[in-house]
Structure formats: C-alpha cells, structure tokens
Design a binder for this molecule. Structure first.
Ligand code: D5M
Ligand code: FE
Ligand code: ZN
Length: 487
C-alpha cells in the first residue's frame, strides 16, 4: 500500500482521491499527514472518517482555533461526536428502600409480600380464578384449585413427589404421582419457597395434583432499537486473574480504536454499557483470597476501576450494579456500590450506580439487571440446571417470576418488608453475570443474556470444574445479539 494511504488507513481514515493528490504535492507529505491525523483525532474523528479535499482546507484554516473545540464543532465536516439524547429512566432501584431490621416480623411481611404479589399474577389464569383458601378445602372434592408457597419438597419411597404448600390460611400436602409422567417431570423443576398454583382432587389429607401452574410470562412484543447496548460483568479488578489486556482491548473497541470495520461500526452505535456486578474482586470474600489479589485495598480496587472505566468515551452511559464481590451489603437486594468505597468511580459523570437487582429503561427498552447469585442455588437444587446454561436458569426464574426463589441457601436474602426480587414487570432484556460463562437465548421475545467475565479461571473454580468464558462481550446491535471476543 502507498505510504500516505497506509498511514491514514492504520488510523482508520480513508482518503478521497482529491485530498490524496493535494497531500502528495505538499513539501513534506509524511509530516503533513501526521499533523492531519493528529488534528482529526483531536477533533473527535478517527475511525470511520473520510478525508476530503474540503476537510483539508478546514483543517489548515482551523490551526489557530484548535484549542477551542466549541468552534470546531460548529464548523462541522469533521467527525465530531454528536451530542446524544438519552432517554434513560430508572424503573426500580432498591438502594434507598431497604429498611430491614432483621426482626421476625420483617420475615413474615417479606413472605406475605412475595406470596401476595405472585398470587395476584397466578389469579389471572382462568384455571385459578376460583381458587380457594387452603383452610376451606373439604374432603371428597375432586376439582379444587389452590395457590401457595412451597415449604418443602420430598420424594416418597415409591417415588411420588410431595409438596408442602402453604397460604395465609393453612397448609396442605400436594401429591404428584409418578405415573403422571408429564406433571412429574414438570415438578422436578419446582424449588422451595416458590409460589405456585395447583389444580387437583382433594383425597383425604392430600390434594392429588392434576396440573401445576407458575405465574409465568407472556410472549412479549419485541421493540425496535435504533441503538446498541454492550453488556459486561464479573470484571474482578484487583484480582491476579483479572484479564487487563482483554479489558483494555474491549475499551479500545468501544472507543472506536480497535476491531474490524464491522466491529467498529457496532462500537460507534453503542449508547449504553450495562455492568452486572463483580466490578472488583473485593476483600475477605472467601478464606485465603488475599493470596489471589494484586490490589489488597478495596478503595484502591475501585480507584483502579475508575481508571479503567474512565477510559471509556463519555458519551456512553454506563449502568452499574454490585455483585457479591463488591463493597455493598451482601444480602439481596444489594444497594448500589457505596460511594465511600468508590469515590473515584463516582467522579465519572457517565456512570449510574444502581442496586442489585434493578430495572431501567434504555430508550424504552426495559432492562432487568441481576448479578445472578441465586444461580448457584438453582443449579444445586434442580436436576438439569447448571452454571453452563444460565439461560435455562433465567427462563425458569422468569416463569417463577422471582430472581432468587430459594430462601436460606447460598444466596443471602434480606427479609425486607417487601420482596424486591419478585419480577412484577416483564422486561425486554434480562442481563445477568456471576457464573462467568456467557449464555444467550431469546425466550418469548425476551433477550436472556449472561455476559461472562474478564477473569481467568480461579483456584476455586478449578476445584468446582467451572471453565469461564473470558473477554467475550455480548452486544445487542439494534436488537440482534452479537458476541465480540477480546481475549
Ligand atoms: O463466582 C464465580 C463462579 O464461581 C460462579 O460460577 C459461581 C461459582 N461460585 C462462587 N461461589 C460459589 C459457591 N459458594 N459455591 C459454588 N459455586 C460458587 P464469583 O461470584 O465471581 O466468586
Ligand atoms: Fe464474579
Ligand atoms: Zn459473582
């Protein structure tokens, strides 16, 4: 390739013929080219710029005014980032709505809240319209329907399944016969503390189930997107296994300085970056963690995060929630990352700090963001669910309309007065992380996204045989999922 053209091409700038001939005629084309590249970049151009002859005039004319960007912007032919209009709304953020005192009374009101929200959803099903309070069940009735929270799941010696179901009036044992293959299979995915509806026959002390209902989600109307969104999580800054090179490449890409032409076109279209928790590795998260840290101070970890995220062009809105490694309280819902630990990060003007979970509207696209701690419990409790397929777990959680149905296992849940992990509003996007393995599925029109990690396999993950997918970033490019690799 010609030397001048090559020089511009390496910077992602194309030269129109006329501009090229004028450049070639100059006294020192090489130096002039370098000066022009610097000027274009200073004016916010670079990738995707076509250098025309008119631009050459402007660039040389503007020499004196180069330190006055407002002037340059007004003149215009150069690829200056345009002012973007954000239609960003926070739909739910529990950061300031956390009042728990840990009293037993809170626990009762927490479960009442969960039960009544989910019962209201279940009641809409025609089969459950005439459901009765458990205390009102009478023997011999062969067509009953009830709604309750599962207190316990057992399997009998004969391999039937027994569910202890409770509502606000009483408790009953529901039997799922193993000969009813379809229903028995469905019941394998049930978990403790979820709210279900049951249709069946009252036989003695039991209700023999003929059908089981989840609150469920309807197929949603997909919405057009005239912009793109990138999703990341589990960066684990401060850990020895944080993949800084991959992350830096990702930042270069999003800034329009790295990638193929197609990839750079996608980058230019990114308006939002959503970060689903575990921004830093934290301290004291598990015994012996300090041996795996290169930054052992939580404030310094967030300082480093501010440096890395601060490189991202500031016309991208960054939406950030905490994960179980961040400095928020550990019980979910986790309030936003506290400012006292993350002052430098808070000084970035394009970052929104929200709770885990949170729901936001990105220009009308409802996005539910949840770190994903409950996936550990779901993978442990339900046969067929695993860390590798968090899309299947997300599907289950949507049907159950709860982000962390199982209470009292690995996922610490704060018994708030209200249950903030109920999914009362169906999102367009459900974005999660935590498992460190990318996953994607479109389910009933909803994008289920797990954004993997920027941390290579840890000692802990070796023991559990968790193989992470590193530096792979899912992007919703105007509604189409694309996975970009930076590893
Ligand atoms: O979680 C990173 C990965 O490690 C994720 O796949 C879950 C898994 N993990 C983390 N803690 C546990 C426990 N206690 N049991 C089983 N699996 C676990 P991270 O949140 O980044 O540490
Ligand atoms: Fe993580
Ligand atoms: Zn995590």
């Amino acid at each position: 390739m010609n030397e001048i053209i090559g020089k511009f091409a390496r910077e992602g700038i194309l030269i129109e013929d006329n501009a090229y001939f004028r450049l070639k005629e100059m006294d020192d084309p090489a130096t002039a080219s370098s000066e022009i590249i610097v000027k274009i970049k200073k004016n916010g151009g670079g990738k995707f710029t076509l250098l025309t002859s008119e631009m050459l005039d402007d660039l040389f004319e503007l020499t004196e005014e180069i330190d006055n960007p407002a002037e340059i912007k007004a003149r215009g032919p150069i690829n200056v980032p345009r002012e973007r209009e954000f239609d960003f709304r926070v739909i739910t953020d529990t950061s300031k709505r956390s009042y728990t005192s840990g009293e037993i009374g809170d626990m009762i009101s927490y479960f009442n809240s969960r039960f009544s929200c989910l019962r209201d959803l279940l009641k809409r099903r025609p089969e459950l319209k005439s459901h009765v309070p458990i205390a009102d069940l009478r023997g011999g009735d062969d067509a009953v329907s009830i709604i309750g929270i599962i207190n316990e799941i057992r399997t009998t010696k004969n391999n039937h399944r027994m569910l202890e179901l409770e509502d606000d009036t009483g408790e009953i044992t529901v039997v799922v016969h193993n000969e009813n293959h379809k229903l028995f299979e469905k019941s394998e995915k049930l978990v403790r503390d979820e709210v279900i509806g049951v249709q069946g026959a009252k036989k003695g002390r039991f209700v023999v189930a003929s059908e089981i209902f989840h609150p469920g989600v309807p197929r949603i109307q997909e919405k057009e997107m005239d912009f793109s969104v990138a999703f990341i999580s589990d960066v684990h800054i401060g850990s020895q296994t944080f993949l800084e090179d991959a992350f830096t490449k990702f930042v270069k890409w999003i800034n329009g300085d790295f990638g193929t032409e197609d990839q750079m076109n996608i980058a230019a279209d990114i308006k939002y970056l959503v970060v689903a928790g575990d921004i830093v590795d934290g301290i004291g998260i598990y015994p012996g963690q300090e041996k795996e840290l290169i930054i052992r101070d939580i404030n310094e970890q967030y300082e480093e995060a501010a440096r890395l995220f601060g490189e991202i062009r500031d016309d991208i809105k960054i939406v950030m929630i905490p994960g179980n490694h961040d400095a928020s309280r550990i019980a979910e819902p986790q309030p936003a990352i506290p400012e006292e630990y993350a002052k430098p990060l808070y000084s970035l003007k394009n970052v929104e700090f929200l709770s885990n979970p949170s729901m936001v509207s990105l220009d009308g696209i409802k996005t539910l963001i949840y770190h994903g701690r409950s996936f550990d419990d779901m993978a442990m409790s339900v046969n067929g669910l695993s860390h590798e397929r968090s899309d299947l777990i997300m599907e289950e959680l949507l049907e159950k309309r709860h982000l962390a149905p199982i209470y009292g296992e690995r996922t610490p849940l704060a018994s708030e007065i209200e249950d903030h992990l109920v999914i009362d509003d169906v999102p367009h996007i459900l974005h999660t992380g935590h498992v460190h393995i990318n996953a994607y599925k479109k389910y009933k029109g909803i994008h289920l996204i797990n954004s993997g990690t920027f941390q290579s396999q840890t000692e802990f993950q070796k023991i559990y045989n968790i193989v992470p997918t590193c530096g792979q970033v899912p992007v919703l490019n105007r509604g189409v999922m694309k996975l970009l690799e930076f590893n």
